[in-house]
Design a protein around this ligand. Structure first.
Ligand code: C2E
Ligand code: MG
Ligand code: MG
Length: 651
């Protein structure tokens, strides 16, 4: 772009230089010609015309004197007139020189000579006084007058010839002057066009610069100043004020990756734009003297320039959290979203920009971990938690490459036969010999989107383990794999599942996918679509941790799922809480009515088992039968069970 502009500028500069050269050359030649013609006119032709006119006057005057002499006999007057003869001769010689035509010059000189001759003979006759012959006098006078007329006529012709030359000269000069004018006009147009071109280019360069500035310092989606702008601004504030009266809020859209994976990035952008506008409007309505920055894709930073009380900030945060109750309409699509807010107050502010942002981030994370759609004020004690979170996230990034993950398998037992019917693959992370619970790292992996990679690894590993077990002679037994919401909402998830099954030659009915109730509750329409895609492959679908989310059984009946797993919290409290017991009983009955198979999680005691058996719960999963086991131990457990069964049958 820059290169093109420079090339264009150079090309136009060269064009202008060539044009200026050509115009200068042509116009200087024209000017030379015009001035030579003007010179000729002033120095030669006008004096010639004057001389001819003078000569004509002199000729006429001299001829007149001769006539007077004849009439008055005043010889003294005639003597005075005689020098004019010489002057006439001199003039006629000069005029003759003008003519290229020698014949005309000769005739002029001859005529003058005859005139002078006749004038002299008339004078000689006049001097005879009484003896003068009047006829002779008249003859001389007439002859002189005739020559005078001849000369005057010829001079008239000469004058006309010179005038004609002058006229032609002036016509061609006029033509040249016109040409010069056109040339100058053309040149001016070219200069004007070039100047306009250069101006246009300069203007677009300036516009480009302004555009670059806008892109560097403003967010393209919301038009709000961005993080870079904020960093420069806060740097100025912190370096100029010792203890600035500031408070800050970091607002972040909850579960945005989940939203984009379900509605696509285009709608995601539109949603961010709408949220941005809503936030600005709400802030304007409830706060004064604030700056808002679009800090990153889904987070906004609000800076309050004056001290704010905790109560004011809390009230404002509550107003902003109300976004969860607003329905945003994007291209006829109605959407809701929520946001988490981290708040740093003046007393917690540090002079260091990075530390300040860390505090904000920590408070925000705290709000996100509390489930989102809420706000948290920064407390120094939060930093340790945040540090742990960040360290875990960093370690998780390289856990796959470092082979720190392993799958354990927990049996699911048939309630009636007490035989292992299937298993659930559960992820284990051993970080440098230290075991970390999935309850700790799965939420971190989900928040940081690392779950997508980890989830793919789990699916592949479980399917490949199934194939290895088959090769080792283990009976074909379904494996359940836990699927996170992000993973489930990934555009090509069903295709991923199908490809993995094909890769290991695993029949689709041998794979069960467990999706938590919470993940399924988000955007149910789309969830149904994905579930149907998965069902068409032939895999089994289960709703995990049922009872912890918000969905009702009737709501779940819209989902094409096969299994319902009752959350362990209900099972564990079954014997202490009659409410929990009746909930479990009701859920089992209703689920069976809706044709779901029911699995009870976290069964630890025989009493729990017996009760569930009585209620006709299909499968039991819990420490009563087995902890989750590494693959070889699980295989041994199954083999031992089969052998026992075989022995029993034989007996
Ligand atoms: P979950 O899918 O509900 O898995 C059952 C959890 O209950 C497992 O915890 C299991 O060890 C535990 N459990 C089973 N029986 C008993 C019992 O009798 N008593 C008690 N106290 N606990 C029992 P774990 O392995 O710690 O996993 C916790 C959660 O982490 C899982 O809950 C699941 O939501 C998640 N998770 C585990 N592996 C994966 C994975 O590969 N992908 C995803 N997305 N999530 C996973
Ligand atoms: Mg599970
Ligand atoms: Mg569960």
């Amino acid at each position: 772009m820059k290169h093109q502009v420079i090339t264009k500028l150079i090309a136009s500069f060269i064009t202008v230089v060539i044009l200026v050269g050509a115009v200068t050359y042509i116009s200087s030649n024209s000017v030379k010609r015009v001035s030579a013609k003007a010179d000729q006119l002033i120095k030669v032709e006008i004096p010639q015309l004057n001389q001819i006119t003078n000569t004509q006057n002199l000729m006429a005057a001299t001829a007149n004197h001769l006539l007077q002499y004849y009439a008055t006999f005043d010889r003294a007057n005639h003597i005075n007139n005689v020098p004019n003869f010489a002057r006439l001769q001199h003039n006629i010689q000069n005029i003759s020189a003008i003519h290229q035509d020698h014949e005309v010059s000769r005739k002029l000189e001859q005529s003058l000579q005859v005139f002078i001759d006749r004038a002299n003979r008339l004078d000689a006759e006049m001097q005879l006084e009484e003896d003068r012959d009047w006829d002779v006098l008249r003859t001389h006078l007439y002859a002189a007058q005739a020559q005078s007329n001849l000369i005057l006529g010829q001079l008239d012709i000469t004058k006309k010839q010179i005038a004609e030359r002058v006229k032609q000269g002036s016509v061609s000069t006029q033509y040249e002057v016109h040409q010069l004018n056109y040339l100058q006009l053309g040149f001016s147009v070219v200069v004007l066009v070039t100047a306009l071109f250069i101006l246009f280019n300069l203007h677009s360069r300036i516009k480009d610069k302004a555009e670059l500035y806008k892109r560097a310092y403003y967010n393209g989606l919301s038009g709000l100043p961005n993080r870079k702008y904020f960093e420069e601004h806060i740097h100025q504030i912190l370096s100029h004020q010792q203890s600035p009266d500031l408070a800050m809020m970091m607002i972040n859209l909850d579960r945005f990756s989940l939203i984009t994976s379900s509605i696509g990035y285009f709608f995601g952008d539109r949603l961010v734009h709408s949220v941005s506008q809503w936030l600005i409007a709400t802030l304007r309505q409830h706060a004064s003297s604030f700056d808002i920055y679009h800090f990153s894709g889904t987070s906004w930073l609000v800076m309050f320039k004056h001290a704010q009380t905790e109560a004011t900030l809390a009230q404002l945060a509550e107003q902003l959290n109300l976004i969860s109750s607003v329905t945003l309409t994007i291209d006829d699509r109605e959407m809701t979203c929520s946001c988490s807010i981290g708040i740093v107050q003046q007393h917690a502010l540090t002079q260091e920009r990075e530390a300040l942002l860390r505090c904000l981030d920590t408070a925000l994370r705290e709000a996100q971990q509390a489930g989102g759609n809420c706000y948290r004020f920064y407390q120094p004690s939060m930093s340790a938690v945040a540090k742990h979170w960040i360290e875990t996230e960093q370690a998780l990034r390289s856990a796959i490459e470092k082979h720190q993950f392993q799958l354990y398998y927990q049996p699911k037992v048939n309630t009636q036969t007490r035989l292992i019917q299937s298993s659930e693959a559960l992820l284990r992370w051993s970080k440098e010999g230290v075991f970390i619970s999935p309850a700790v790292f799965i939420p971190i992996a989900e928040k940081s989107n690392l779950i997508l990679n980890i989830g793919r690894w789990v699916l592949t590993e479980a399917c490949s383990q199934w194939a290895r077990w088959r090769a080792e002679g283990l009976p074909a037994m379904p494996i359940a794999v836990n699927i996170s919401a992000q993973q489930f909402q990934e555009v090509d998830f069903p295709r991923q599942v199908q490809a993995t099954l094909q890769r290991f030659g695993m029949p689709a009915n041998m794979l069960e996918l467990e999706i938590t109730e919470e993940a399924a509750a988000h955007d149910p329409k789309r969830v149904v679509q994905i579930m149907e895609d998965l069902k068409s492959i032939g895999v089994t679908l289960a709703i995990d941790d049922f009872g912890t989310g918000y969905s009702s059984l009737s709501h779940l009946s819209n989902f094409p799922v096969d299994v319902l797993k009752i959350d362990r919290a209900f099972i564990q409290h079954m014997h202490h809480s009659s409410t929990d017991a009746s909930i479990v009983r009701l859920v089992v009955q209703l689920a069976k009515g809706l044709n779901f198979k029911v699995v009870a999680e976290g069964v630890e005691t025989e009493t729990q088992y017996q009760q569930l058996k009585l209620w006709d719960c299909n499968l039991i999963q819990g420490f009563l039968f087995s902890q989750p086991l590494p693959a070889p131990q699980f295989a041994s457990l199954v083999m031992e069970e089969r052998q026992r069964q075989h022995v029993n049958q034989v007996a």
